[in-house]
Design a protein around this ligand. Structure first.
Ligand code: ADP
Ligand code: ASP
Ligand code: MG
Length: 438
C-alpha cells in the first residue's frame, strides 16, 4: 500500500503545522511520499512565501533592492527550523540566492520555485525522509507540457524503497532551466508523483475538510461533498472552485488513482473522495453536487435575421477571436442570434478590433457587448436525464429577483451555467445552495 500525500501552503505555514503533518504521516505507514508547498499564510493578512518571491523578483527587475522582503522569506524558514529544533543547512543557499537576485541572475520561475524547495528541505529533515528535488524528475518538454514517461521513470528510481519528501510546483526544462506550473501547481506535482509510483491513493491535504458545495467565502458553513467524480471535479474547478489546480486530475485519472481531499487541521474528517464513478449515491434525492462560479465575463451577442440558415457564421466569429488569441468559455445560441461568453480581461485590449472584424465578416444586424457578467455553474452527475431541473433552478433565481442573462447546458448534462450580473453573483450562489443543496 502506497499513499502519496500533498500538503498545501497553509498546512506548511509554521512549525505547529509541521507537527500536525508529522502526526498524520506517523498515523499511517503507507504515507511514504510527501509533496509540499511553500509556506502559506498563518493568518488572513499574512503573506504567502510564493507571493513574496514574485515580489522580490519584480523589485530586482526594476532595480529596487528587496532586502526587507527577502529577510521576511529567510526568517520564516529559519524560524520554522529553530522552532522544530532541527539542523539543516539552508542559510548558505539562501544567501547565494540573494546574491543571484541582486545581480539579476535568476529567472522569475526559478526564484518562485525556491519556496517549495526550502519547505521540502525542512520537512525532509524533520521527518527523517530523503529529499528528492523535483528538478531531478519533473521534466518538461519544449512545449511546456510534462514528459510523463521520462519523469515517471526518474521518480521511480529516485524514490525506490524509500520514504521521500518532494517539493511541489516546479520541474526542469530541456535546457536545464527551472520552470514552475501556474499558481497552485503543487497539486499537479502530487498527482504526477502518485501516477509515477502507481500509488493506491493520492491524498491532497489542505485547510478545508474536502470540496465544499459552495465557496465558504460566499456561503456560511457549506456542507462537504463526500463523493465527486473526476468529470464533476473538472467542471467544478474549471468554473471556479479553487480548491485544486485544474491540471491535477489528468495524471491520476489515467491510472485510476482515487484522490482524497483532506483537512490537515481536522485529520479525522473523511474529506472528499474523487473517483471515476460511485456505485450508490450518498443522497439520491440531491441532484446538485456543487455550485461554483466566477465574475468578470463579457457577453458578445450577435443577431442577424436568417442566421440559423447561414453556413459558417459561428466559425467566422470564432476565427476572429482566435486571431486575437482570446479563448471562448461558452457559446449559447438562439435561432437568429449567437453569443460568446469570454473573460473581460482577455477581451478588453482587443475589443474594438474584434467588433470591427465581426462586423466586416459576419455583417450582422446588431452586435452588443455586456460586461460585468458573472457565470454561475450548478454541477452534478445526477442532473443527466432528469427533466425539469433547469426550470427549477431558473424559478428559484427568478423568485429571488435575479435576472438571468444567459443559460447554457453542456451536452453531457453535467452542468447548467447561468450568466448573471456581477452584483448578483454571491446572491445567486446562496439561492441555489439554499434551495437545492441542503
Ligand atoms: P492549499 O494551500 O492547501 O493548496 P488552497 O488555498 O489552494 O489550499 O485551496 C483551499 C481553499 O480553497 C480553501 O481554503 C477555500 O477557501 C477555497 N475554496 C474555494 N471554493 C471552495 C470549495 N468549493 N470547496 C472547498 N474550498 C474552496
Ligand atoms: N506555492 C505555489 C503557489 O502559491 C504553488 C502551490 O502552493 O501549489 O501558487
Ligand atoms: Mg492549492
Amino acid at each position: 500500500m502506497l499513499k502519496v500525500v500533498k500538503f498545501g501552503g497553509s498546512s506548511m505555514a509554521d512549525a505547529g503545522q509541521y507537527r500536525k503533518i508529522r502526526d498524520i504521516i506517523l498515523d499511517d505507514p503507507a504515507r511514504q511520499v510527501v509533496v509540499v508547498s511553500a509556506a502559506g499564510k498563518r493568518f488572513s493578512d499574512d503573506h504567502k512565501i510564493t507571493d513574496l518571491l514574485y515580489l522580490c523578483h519584480a523589485h530586482s527587475q526594476y532595480g529596487v533592492d528587496c532586502n526587507r522582503v527577502f529577510d521576511m522569506i529567510k526568517s520564516r524558514y529559519q524560524e520554522i527550523r529553530a522552532d522544530l529544533g532541527i539542523t539543516v543547512e539552508i542559510d548558505d543557499e539562501l544567501d547565494a540566492l540573494k546574491r543571484r537576485l541582486d545581480k539579476k541572475a535568476i529567472s522569475q520561475d526559478e526564484l518562485a520555485s525556491r519556496g517549495e524547495y526550502f519547505s521540502a528541505k525542512l520537512m525532509a529533515a524533520y521527518l527523517g525522509f530523503k529529499f528528492v528535488d523535483s528538478a531531478d524528475w519533473v521534466f518538461f518538454k519544449m512545449d511546456g507540457t510534462v514528459d510523463k514517461e521520462k519523469s515517471y521513470a526518474a521518480l521511480k528510481e529516485l524514490a525506490a524503497g524509500e520514504s521521500v519528501v518532494i517539493p511541489g510546483f516546479y520541474g526542469k526544462m530541456p535546457d536545464g532551466n527551472i520552470k514552475t506550473f501556474t499558481r497552485g501547481g503543487s497539486d499537479i506535482t502530487g498527482a504526477l508523483a502518485a501516477a509515477a509510483l502507481d500509488a493506491d491513493i493520492y491524498e491532497n491535504w489542505t485547510d478545508v475538510s474536502g470540496i465544499l458545495m459552495a465557496d465558504p467565502r460566499i456561503v456560511e458553513n457549506p456542507e462537504t461533498i463526500p463523493e465527486v467524480t473526476y468529470d464533476e471535479l473538472r467542471e467544478l474547478s474549471y468554473s471556479g472552485a479553487q480548491v485544486l489546480h485544474e491540471g491535477t486530475i489528468f495524471p491520476v485519472r489515467e491510472k485510476s488513482i482515487p484522490l482524497n481531499i483532506r483537512n490537515t487541521n481536522a485529520p479525522a474528517d473523511a474529506g472528499t473522495m474523487i473517483k471515476e464513478g460511485f456505485d450508490t449515491p450518498v443522497n439520491p434525492d440531491r441532484f446538485i453536487t456543487g455550485i461554483t462560479g466566477k465574475k468578470n465575463f463579457s457577453i458578445i451577442s450577435i443577431s442577424k435575421r436568417g442566421l440559423s440558415n447561414e453556413v459558417g457564421t459561428l466559425r467566422k466569429i470564432l476565427t476572429v477571436l482566435e486571431r486575437h488569441n482570446i479563448s471562448v468559455d461558452y457559446v449559447p445560441n438562439g435561432i437568429d442570434n449567437v453569443s460568446v461568453v469570454l473573460e473581460t480581461d482577455a477581451l478588453t485590449p482587443n475589443l474594438y478590433d474584434v467588433l470591427q472584424e465581426i462586423q466586416a465578416e459576419v455583417n450582422p444586424d446588431t452586435v452588443d457587448v455586456h460586461d460585468q457578467i458573472a457565470v454561475v455553474a450548478a454541477v452534478g452527475r445526477h442532473m443527466a436525464g432528469r427533466p425539469g431541473i433547469s426550470g427549477k433552478l431558473f424559478a428559484a433565481l427568478g423568485e429571488a429577483g435575479i435576472n438571468i442573462r444567459m443559460i447554457n447546458q453542456g451536452p453531457d448534462e453535467l452542468n447548467i451555467i447561468f450568466g448573471v450580473s456581477n452584483d448578483d453573483f454571491a446572491q445567486a450562489i446562496r439561492v441555489l445552495y439554499n434551495s437545492f443543496a441542503k
